[in-house]
Design a protein around this ligand. Structure first.
Ligand code: NAP
Length: 416
């Protein structure tokens, strides 16, 4: 075990173990958490009470999370002069399942996004964002209840890889000259240059995770969302590798949309349909025919846009959860930022972290706790006791504080 100097390892806790592709979680797992910056502490205080109440209610004391605070962001910088102490990364790797609030990304000064760094150093290659509607939430579309989709976004490659050079820099000029002399391609003078790497390995492992999810959860389809009509060798390859991985690893449980249209669904009644859509068309499809989509696998940038747009479609980012998942390591997190103007006001919606906890408990194999939290959130919203962001879209609702929303969720768990 690494020597932890900044954090205290709970004495009664045990480590989760990942062996042969399977995660085994003990009854008293140590789970590192980062409370987050800005509104993070308000959100965390409400969320952790919900988590503990759900576990207590589901398992009556047999199971309990042993929380371990680890540090990142402003709190880490203030206390230890380090935005992301190595210890935090070590704890997330060692204990395998962790959860975090939003973190400030310092602007300028050459500091990369802490979130992006965590995803890369822990190789959390899938960003998973389920998007569903909660009855009663005000949404900008007529039939938000038709949205129920899980987006698997590749998390380590694409233009997000951070390989880019400033316009006019020596590197950009050198690269521009190289591309001209070696490949005969012109890039306009004084251009910034970014690289878009997309590998067979990176794409296939992400798509494999999405298809496995669809097969295990009996979902109807997996849609590969790409811009391969224009970016043929990157996004187009993502699509081709998707069909390949379906054939190589899930031949008995998947069928392509093209094959299906030739032969009828009868012989493939339980098979997951694999198909692809071009990214721009997918944005229309999500608005016009959302019920036709259940699982989406897509490269990094498309997934970033699509998951926020889909979350807005069902009523906003305040209740949009997320998980960054690799092989045997996962960090669950709010999908919104730190919303600093609401810090310490006990006002913001903790729903995103609370629902990220649902994903976390499902991942840990504690579905009873996960289901209770979902029930609690559904009932809190039905009771119209919601934070300001939802209240302003829900006529007749009562605006409550962050902590009171947490209470309403806990009360809602009893109300089966
Ligand atoms: P933001 O913090 O997401 O806030 C933008 C707006 O979204 C807020 O003003 C608020 O809208 C709404 N909002 C966000 N979270 C909410 C919640 N829990 N409940 C209700 N409404 C919520 O985005 P930002 O202001 O662009 O970014 C602030 C900082 O967060 C930056 O440093 C950025 O780098 C960082 N960031 C971190 C993460 C992460 O850690 N994963 C992600 C994105 C951004 P209203 O004003 O309309 O109420």
């Amino acid at each position: 075990m690494p020597d932890y100097k900044l954090s205290t390892v709970p004495r009664n806790g045990e480590r989760a173990v990942f062996d042969n592709g399977t995660l085994s979680v003990p009854n008293h797992p140590i789970i590192p958490f980062v409370e987050g910056d800005g509104t993070g502490p308000d959100i965390w205080r409400a969320s952790v009470r919900v988590f503990d109440a759900a576990v207590e209610k589901a398992y009556g004391g047999e199971r309990k999370v042993e929380w371990m605070e680890v540090f990142a962001g402003e709190k880490a910088f203030k206390q230890f002069k380090d935005w992301l102490p190595q210890e935090t990364v070590d704890a997330m790797a060692e204990f395998r399942v962790s959860i975090k609030g939003p973190l400030t990304t310092p602007v300028g000064g050459g500091i990369r996004s802490l979130n992006v760094t965590l995803r890369q150093v822990l190789d959390l290659y899938a960003c998973i964002r389920p998007v569903r509607y909660f009855e009663g939430v005000g949404a900008p579309v007529k039939e938000p209840e038709k949205v129920d989709v899980v987006i698997f976004r590749e998390n380590t490659e694409d233009v997000y890889a951070g390989i880019e050079w400033k316009a006019g820099s020596a590197e950009a000029t050198k690269l521009r000259n190289y591309i001209k002399t070696e490949f005969g391609k012109d890039i306009r003078e004084n251009s910034a240059i970014g690289i878009k790497p997309m590998s067979e390995f990176g794409s296939k492992r992400l798509i494999e995770m999405a298809i496995r999810h669809a097969v295990e959860k009996c979902k109807e389809s997996v849609t590969l969302v790409h811009k391969g009509n224009i970016m043929k060798f990157t996004e187009g390859a993502f699509r081709d590798w998707g069909y390949e991985v379906a054939k190589e690893k899930f031949a008995g449980s998947t069928v392509t949309e093209a094959d299906l249209s030739k032969g009828g669904k009868d012989s493939h009644a339980d098979a997951v349909v694999i198909r692809d859509r071009i990214a721009d068309s997918m944005f229309q499809q999500m608005l016009l025919r959302p019920s036709e989509y259940s699982v989406i696998a897509t490269p990094n940038l498309n997934g970033d846009y699509l998951s926020d747009a889909a979350a807005a479609q069902v009523g906003g980012l305040g209740i949009a959860p997320g998980g960054n998942v690799g092989d045997g390591v996962a960090v669950f997190e709010a999908t919104h930022g730190t919303a600093p103007k609401y810090a310490n006001l006990d006002k913001i919606n903790p729903g995103s972290v609370i629902l990220s906890g649902v994903m976390m408990f499902d991942y840990m194999g504690w579905p009873e706790a996960a289901k209770l939290i979902v029930k609690g959130v559904e009932n809190a919203i039905k009771a119209k006791r919601v934070t300001y962001d939802l209240a302003r879209q829900m006529p007749g609702s009562t605006e409550v504080s962050t902590s009171a929303f947490g209470d309403a969720v806990i009360a809602g768990m009893a109300n089966q």
